[in-house]
Design a protein around this ligand. Sequence first.
Ligand code: CUA
Length: 163
Amino acid sequence: MALSEQSIVKSEVRWALVVGGTVALILAAILFAAITMHMNPPSNREYADPKTLHLSAEFTEANLGTTVDPNGRIVARIIATQFEFVPNCIILPANRDVTFRVTSPDVIHGLLITGTNVNTMVVPGYVSQVHTRLTKLGDLLMPCHEYCGLGHSQMLATIKVVP
Ligand code: CUA
């Protein structure tokens, strides 16, 4: 039985509506995400002005590296910049609570520490924060894992875990 021209047109219109509706839904989702969500590292939402990092507040040169906060937690403050971590060797004691706080003055970087749960993006304008407890003694590598320019493959720090 041949389909009538009218039923073919009806079917075409139905499918055009389905496709149009799907595209509209996807565009609405993208717009919704762009307008309502701020892009920030998955770990934390805290702001740090990339232009004044070196001048005042938490990430000045004197504050980088490790400190012990009043409740005994060790805090490691690091700047991820093209193409190094500052400082690029961090000594931490094993089996203590450690918080990494990291930000970037230039482009998006990332960091992970091999063999641990530490893995975050570092987005300029935001502070990335990761809590961990390192249990294995020795040197751990901390490479940048977001492509950040020509020197990306050389962007690497060492975490020394000591007793
Ligand atoms: Cu920094 Cu790749």
